[in-house]
Ligand binder design. Sequence first.
Ligand code: KIV
Length: 263
Amino acid sequence: MKKSMTISSIKKSKGLKPLVMITAYDALFASLFEAESDMILVGDSLNMSFAGKNDTLSVTMDQMIYHTKAVCNGAKNSFVISDMPFGTYTNTEDALHNSIRVFQETNADGVKIEGGKEKADIVEHLTSNGIAVCGHIGLLPQSVRCEGGYKIKGKTNAQCLSLIADARAIEDAGAFCMVIEGVRSDVAQEIAKSVDIPVIGIGAGCDVDGQVLVFSDMLGLFEAFTPKFVKKYLNGADLVRESVKNYADEVKNRNFPKDEHSY
Ligand code: KIV
């Protein structure tokens, strides 16, 4: 099955058109997102909106592989990226072993790992062994406990220079694109200009090479908290509640099923 995007078309899109990335965790939603997205990310954010945990840290390799298989089944033409869970790429050997599992057990096209220059050797080891890597710099959700919260980056000149160095290190290590999260817009713009691979923003303003949103945020399904950068394109939770209430009322009043739903 031919994929609609490839590593080379993703790289070539820089400067030509903004890339659309959206998360999905299952086949059903992935199939609905396929037509309008350039890349589908099986984000470890599923640990929060799918599994109900407080952060992404406890998701396992097996769980990510299960969800990645489902997404690939539902969106056979999509370029799919699978998030590497916290703790599965702390050294080059584990990183390669676990990424090979993703490539052998699913139809994913790339993996995403969080971190800047400190992860360059890992990215280099993966890309030189045939694993396509999407980087993730700026606010790193997997560092939430170590940093004591989700902290916006790029607020000082030193942070700005450090982020540019992160982006260059990830590009030099062979990544085909990177996500930049929770960074001041002007700084994210500078970072996108300082590398030749696409920089996909989330909470990083519009002057980058594309955008990614977590689907359950943008469809208004996830209500635990809504970061400032989220735009809700649907009031999903309200619509779901209303529909389930209508169903429940009709069941209780014996208004469902009617003849047309009966044999
Ligand atoms: O896990 C995820 O959904 C992500 C996005 C926030 C980019 O990494």
